[in-house]
Design a protein around this ligand. Structure first.
Ligand SMILES: [Zn+2]
Length: 447
């Protein structure tokens, strides 16, 4: 068919979170929003209404500080209140609640996140025995004939002896737990069902009270949690659940966008387990994709690009690189892209493969400069030479072969980065004619 759109290699993001892979090859991504959704789900309707009142006071206080320019970064609002949401501070908590409930109903076709009753409690059949945590968690949206509860299983929801996350494996029946558009035994996105079970478990181990989870033996001592969002481990993060509900359901921001902003809270939001894993490189910031973007571009060029990608991957494997997931590249510039990340076994360098419309498939090579990590990642691009505007507003092809310094989004480490076109270095990758032509045209346009 002549006008049919072709699937390209351009990645469309679905969400963003903290990724990790254990010795058994189990790869899990933890989005912060899963835990915030779960925290809302586990709160009673009354406490949520109270939280709105507390959130209003907190934001009013922050606004006052902003006026007096007293902010330090960690307590700055992650979402600025503009437009109709700025009026939320002047309304009664019950009025804000009604607006929120309507917005949730509009998106989820259900109130499960907020209103719960005895037949619809968030978790049932919770059970912990010999490292295995299982339970059934309510769906946040209308079940529409499917089961209203999703079965979740988490293996070892505790901390390891060295203080890192011990979760070895998890699975859930839902689609949210898909990793990069697939259901896979070894790969998963920690969904809000799994997060709800994990938080409930954490709270019950930390408290003396009986709850929704039945413990086969004595309660273990070290429950794991990646983020500081419960009453037991958080004082710095106030009313993040309400912030999340407003940005997700009123402002209709994507999970990708919300999670990226939340990571700016850095070590305030991350538990010591996560902070130490980020420091050692056992954890990173990862993009999870949905389907690939479609285009009406020249079919020959698209097909040959796919062939080239295949060859580039083979080349990287031969050179001792292994795939790690998707990263954000050229962050904060007009040419921000999603890269396919390959780490080298020496842990000193990585390569991202980038393809986007107006940006034919190319490499970006990054050499890590020491182990310092900048968890807030606010500094983005730092230049070794030249002007910053050359990096933020000029096409990446305009600086092929030139080194620049940046803080890598995925590892938050300082890197010397270089943009490389396949076929131009000592490697033997042959570039198909249609792609080679695009390189010439693009370089001609932007250099
Ligand atoms: Zn799930």
């Amino acid at each position: 068919m002549e006008n049919e759109k072709l699937k390209t290699l351009q990645v469309l993001p679905r969400t963003y979170g903290l990724g990790t892979r254990n010795r058994n090859g189990v790869h899990i991504v933890y989005p912060i929003t899963s835990f915030l959704t779960a925290a809302v789900q586990l709160s009673g309707a009354d406490s949520l209404e109270n939280d709105i009142g507390g959130w209003q006071k907190h934001r009013a206080y922050l606004q006052e500080r902003t006026k007096r320019t007293q902010h330090t970064r960690p307590d700055s609002p992650i979402f600025s209140l503009t437009g109709k949401e700025s009026k939320f501070l002047d309304l009664k908590p019950a009025e804000v609640k009604d607006i929120l409930l309507e917005a949730i109903l509009d998106k989820e076709d259900a109130m499960n996140l907020w209103e719960k009753d005895i037949y619809n409690s968030a978790i049932k059949k919770g059970h912990y025995g010999t490292y295995n945590l299982s339970g059934e968690v309510t769906s946040k949206s209308n079940a529409r004939g499917r089961k209203a509860h999703r079965k979740v299983h988490i293996n070892n929801p505790n901390l390891n002896r060295d203080g890192t996350l011990g979760i070895n494996e998890f699975n859930c029946e839902c689609d949210d737990s898909y990793y990069n558009d697939m259901r896979h035994k070894l790969y998963g996105v920690f969904c809000h069902h799994a997060a709800a079970l994990q938080i409930a478990y954490y709270n019950e181990v930390k408290s003396d009270k009986e709850g929704v989870i039945e413990f086969e033996n004595k309660k273990p001592l070290n429950p794991a949690l990646p983020f500081n969002i419960t009453n037991y481990n958080s004082e710095a993060i106030s009313f993040l659940n309400i912030e999340f509900l407003i940005s997700r359901y009123i402002r209709k921001k994507s999970l990708f966008e919300i999670n990226r902003k939340l990571t700016r809270l850095g070590s305030l939001l991350f538990t010591p387990a996560i902070n130490s894993m980020l420091d050692t490189g056992d954890m990173w910031f990862e993009v999870v994709r949905t389907a690939f973007k479609k285009t009406k571009d020249d079919p020959k060029y698209i097909e040959e690009t796919k062939g080239l990608l295949k060859n580039m991957r083979e080349y990287l494997r031969d050179e001792d690189f292994y795939p790690r997931g998707y990263s954000i590249e050229y962050e904060g510039s007009d040419f921000e892209s999603i890269g396919e990340r390959w780490e080298h076994k020496d842990k000193e360098k990585c390569i991202s493969l980038i393809y986007k419309q107006d940006m034919p498939l190319h490499f970006i090579l990054k050499k890590y400069q020491g182990y310092e990590v900048d968890l807030f990642g606010d500094r983005k691009i730092t230049l070794l030479e030249g002007r910053k505007s050359d990096v933020t507003s000029r096409h990446p092809y305009s600086r092929i072969g030139k080194e620049f310094m940046e803080i890598d989004d995925m590892t938050r480490r300082y890197c010397r980065a270089k943009i490389i076109l396949p076929g131009t270095v000592r490697n033997t990758i042959s570039v198909p004619e249609s792609v080679s032509k695009r390189y010439q045209d693009t370089v001609g346009l932007y250099s």
